[in-house]
Design a protein around this ligand. Sequence first.
Ligand code: V47
Length: 376
Amino acid sequence: MVTSHAFQTDDTRLYPIHAKVIAGERLSANDAISLYRTGDILALGWLANLVRERMHGDNTYFNVNRHINPTNVCVAACRLCAFGRKKDALGAYTLALEEAFQTAASGYSEAVTEFHIVGGLHPDLPFQYFLDLIAGLKQRFPQVHLKAFTMVEVAYLSRRAKLSIRETLGQLKLAGVDSLPGGGAEIFAERVRHVICDHKIDGDQWLETARLAHEMGLKSNATMLYGHVENDEDRVDHLLKLRELQDQTGGFQTFIPLAFHPDNTPLQHLPKTSGMLDIKQIAVSRLVLDNFPHIKAYWQMMTAKIAQISLRFGADDLDGTVIEEKIYHDAGATTPQGMRRQELVRLIREAGRQPIERDTLYRPVLRTETSVTVAV
Ligand code: V47
């Protein structure tokens, strides 16, 4: 229900922002900086919750998904990452297509509606492997939405296949890719990218790939990795670039702030993010990204406890059952690698919200004892 109690704060910087939020006006870069700098998390949360409830009431979305990571072999060697391995390194793996299909089938009893498919930038795997992977999954699981390949992977595949980004996306779409996940965006600012992921495509290329995907009718998500060497200005720059592109394409569905996990990465000397920053990041995202329909709390990285609280600070989506998460767990996440559907529902209800199972395109999923249907 829409919050009715009065807004209160001692932080005078928040007064003009409050006025804008009430009037439904867009926030500026300076407003966003003030939001990051405030210590009044309750006032910030009040504002974000107002917008969240205006858009979604109590509705809180979740989906039943499975992650498939076909390979951890990666040429990029990003300092932020504990997942990627060089080809001959200990622990490097690449799933044969049959193994990937078996992985997809395991844990399938909960009627998964989405496969989230991302992996490393493998120097030798041909583009055809990825087309066969997608086509094979589509054939075996025709009702499952395939949310596959970050903008970074698409750009790398296009280089390897000597195709344009548009042609690459076209072939992936034809094979069965339904939408794209939001990974690989990190922080767009060049100075920061140089430290955390200097061999990846740059911010402009990430945004251009997303633009092309949207123009071709593929929806995508967007992420931001925070809590490493970036500052408030870098975060605001990232959010505003996403907001600008969304104004033009309308192709983003969900924004997912990702807290940096330093363990087992070359940046492991950095501290982990605090609960305060995690909550603040959700709230600022909700307020600045006024044209993004959804803000996702990814419990795997912020813990189920913080993710639950974030449902009162701007988030309207709790991701997900996530069977078998690997990227965060290689980086020291201590959360379980998956959560059962009833547990997600319980967390949402206990936050005083209304759980709505959705498919990847946010259509309600209706379940009975024996069937799963998507309301269109
Ligand atoms: O792109 C890698 C990040 C992302 C670390 O679209 C790390 O629905 C923290 O994008 N610490 C992959 N983060 C995850 C991702 C995602 C997750 C959930 C939902 C969706 C969606 C997308 O994880 C990578 C990178 O930004 N990452 N290593 C690390 N050590």
